[in-house]
Design a binder for this molecule. Structure first.
Ligand code: NAX
Length: 327
């Protein structure tokens, strides 16, 4: 249809927003289909956001059908087809983990409730703001009328990082790499899996044939890439996070490639013994706004231990937010 796709972005005046908005408006998500942006920020950041909107205007993007900004989620989310929840409360000095979960809990309970009330019937909600998996769980739990499969958390950046690291190791273009999977939490415990990924159709772990590299270089490099970027750039990854946010939304709405899959953190149905109800990353195929967990992959002992460690961390986060009364 040529009705504008209504896309909400929270934390729109932040670093990721500064890259994400321009790519959304230039057609990276929906091609020629017009897009209407609904930008949510906290009150003190609205002035900065006005400046970003001036720049969006100055791009004269043909597909940009309108921009609305504000600090009231019920107003901004009204009728949205896609909500990209990027804004979150970063960990400040001296902040304990419980404080962080509580601060984000306040944000994601309110946003879940607002989406429940005013979003379009076909809404899809992607959470980028950290702790992304648990923030998605909180939003989902506060939106009882929205089907739970409409919520996901972003592990596509980790997925893309894993593809890039593997491609460099084997000297192949990224297009040779298929069926990459990130399992578990978007955190240092995540498990990027080379036992199902392929390089030109061959099992990646066999092509690499170097368990020491896989275990002691590949996995930590992917899992700690965010910290390495902060160290090098002086601020956290933003353009790559925006790019992955678009990749994830694009594939969710328009479908993953044939003979391939993508990684998304979605509500577990108990597949692969990931406790039901946790928002955990899986290999999924997507079509027309729906995802399905890829079934039947063999999980060896090494992978089992890694997946279990990451989902144990997710269960701890869930228990902590349950204790805080957020879900
Ligand atoms: P910034 O701190 O630059 O921007 C965040 C913005 O969110 C700020 O402008 C802030 O005013 C706004 N905000 C805070 N509370 C809000 C609320 N209640 N409603 C609306 N807006 C609100 O962070 P940025 O670098 O853009 O990162 C955003 C989030 O993405 C962070 O939580 C970050 O940890 C997370 N990331 C997640 C990644 C992933 O792969 N899942 C990777 C990149 C990134 O680290």
């Amino acid at each position: 249809s040529s009705d504008p796709l209504k896309v909400a972005v929270t934390g729109a005046a932040g670093q990721i927003g500064y890259s994400l908005l321009f790519r959304l408006a230039s057609g990276a998500l929906a091609g020629d289909r017009p897009i209407e942006l609904r930008l949510l920020e906290i009150e003190p950041a609205l002035k900065a956001l006005e400046g970003v909107v001036m720049e969006l205007d100055d791009c004269a993007f043909p597909q940009l059908a309108g921009v609305q900004i504000g600090s009231d989620p019920e107003q901004i989310f009204d009728g949205v087809n896609l909500a990209l929840l990027v804004g979150a409360r970063p960990r400040g000095p001296g902040m304990e983990r419980g404080d962080l979960l509580e601060a984000n809990g306040a944000i994601f309970t309110a946003q879940g409730q607002a989406l429940n009330k005013v979003a379009a019937d076909d809404v899809r909600i992607g959470v980028t703001g950290n702790p992304a998996n648990t923030n998605a769980l909180i939003a989902m739990s506060n939106a009882p009328d929205i089907p739970q499969e409409r919520f996901s958390a972003l592990t596509r950046l980790d997925h893309n990082r894993a593809i890039s690291q593997l491609a460099a190791k084997v000297g192949a273009p990224v297009t040779s790499i298929k069926q990459m999977t990130i399992w578990g939490n978007h955190s240092a415990t995540q498990y990027p899996d080379l036992f199902h990924a392929t390089v030109d159709g061959k099992v990646a772990a066999e092509v690499v044939d170097d368990q020491d590299w896989l275990e002691n270089t590949f996995i930590p490099t992917v899992a700690k890439r965010g910290a390495a970027i902060i160290e090098a750039r002086g601020s956290s990854s933003a353009a790559s996070a925006a790019s992955a946010t678009i990749d994830a939304a694009h594939d969710w709405l328009f479908g993953s490639a044939d003979n391939d899959w993508v990684s998304m953190a979605v509500r577990s149905d108990g597949s692969y013994d990931v406790p039901e109800g946790l928002v955990s990353s899986f290999p999924v195929v997507t079509e027309d706004g729906d995802w399905t967990i890829v079934q039947g992959l063999g999980i060896d002992e090494f992978s089992r231990a890694r997946i279990d460690a990451s989902t144990a961390e997710l269960a701890e986060e869930r228990d902590a937010v349950k204790e805080l009364g957020l879900i």
